[in-house]
Design a binder for this molecule. Structure first.
Ligand code: AVJ
Length: 326
């Protein structure tokens, strides 16, 4: 954080937001990075999305983990004591399933959530230590997309890295493989990763999940503009942008866009920007990649893991893959 402009101390501009907005909106077509969704309001809207009838991802993955938590923990632990690492601060109830299964097996477990947000980590720490006795939370503040290291574990300990929730879906296949390679490098032989990926399915179901009837996803998408208005003093009219979800069948991804309806000029004084938006012009805000059966396993093999097991639901809509460092 850096302070730009002296008169008002509330004009605190996050340099990361400023440079991302500047880069994306100067590009043609215009785009904004999907991490910008997650301010406090956006994180709440995302929680709401996970409970929508159309958004099958969370409940499908949860049912897979409910059914197989014990087996996952047993396979990952072998005869060793397990530690759980989670990329992202932990979507409480899915993480809880694995932590509870681990506590049932070994009484106590070290849980290491990794996140860029110290406040998200502190929330996770308090919630989990209160709700699951036996869990010791040791948060790590870092951006896992920029590579990372983990402290060495003692002999007889193994790590299981949870990268669930289709979080990897936000990255292009090449970026995703780089992240998985970094995870593999940070681990020791015998350690594992648990990866949750959303699978390719009929486009009607996919589109509904990203364009729900109640309009929560639309609000989540537009919230990015609300955030830019607040943080950078921009004058976007979020309501002038229509939420669009598109299935890109060549790249196997759902894309979210904000479509401008009427010609308008948007000013971002803190960035010295004046932007012309033509009628029909769009801002690309997110990619959510969908995987083909076997694709996640192939990527994991490519970067040094050996796939151990894959679990899916009856419809084959979501997959959870366990893979070990060989
Ligand atoms: C948090 C990246 C898994 O891609 O489904 C939900 C985000 N975007 N609805 C997803 C999201 C629109 C979500 N991930």
């Amino acid at each position: 954080m850096t302070t730009i402009g002296l008169p008002n101390i509330s004009t605190q501009i996050s340099e990361q937001t400023a440079s991302a907005v500047c880069e994306g909106l100067m590009s043609r077509p215009k785009w904004l990075p999907s991490w910008l969704f997650y301010d406090a309001a956006g994180s709440r809207l995302f929680e709401e999305i996970t409970e929508l009838p159309e958004y099958y991802l969370t409940r499908t993955e949860r049912s897979i983990l409910t059914e197989h938590a014990r087996e996952i923990i047993d396979l990952a632990a072998g005869n060793n004591t397990l530690r759980l690492v989670e990329l992202g601060a932990g979507s409480a109830d899915k993480t809880r399933l694995l932590l509870s299964a681990a506590v049932a097996r070994q009484d106590t477990i070290v849980y290491e959530p990794v996140d860029v947000s110290p406040s998200a980590l502190e929330d996770a720490r308090q919630r989990i230590e209160r709700e699951i006795p036996g869990v010791v939370v040791t948060p790590r503040v870092l951006d896992y997309t920029r590579g990372f290291q983990l402290d060495a574990v003692t002999p007889g300990e193994r790590r299981l890295v949870m990268y669930i929730g289709s979080s990897i879906g936000n990255f292009d296949p090449e970026e995703a493989e780089d992240i998985l390679a970094d995870v593999c490098d940070a681990l020791a032989p015998g350690d594992s990763i648990l990866l949750g990926v959303d699978l390719v399915k009929d486009r009607t179901a996919l589109l509904a999940a990203y364009d729900d009837a109640a309009g929560v996803t639309a609000a989540f998408n537009r919230n990015m503009l609300v955030r830019i208005n607040r943080e950078l003093g921009a004058d976007f009219n979020p309501e002038a942008f229509a939420h669009r979800a598109v299935w890109n069948r060549f790249r196997l991804r759902i894309e979210m866009h904000l479509g401008n309806q009427m010609p308008q000029t948007v000013k971002i004084p803190s960035l010295d920007m004046r932007l012309e938006f033509a009628a029909g012009e769009t801002i690309h805000t997110e990619n959510s990649y969908k995987y083909q059966p076997g694709q996640a396993e192939a990527m994991l093999s490519e970067v040094g893991f050996t796939p151990t097991a894959t679990w899916t639901d009856e419809k084959g809509w979501f997959a959870v893959v366990l893979a070990r460092v060989s």
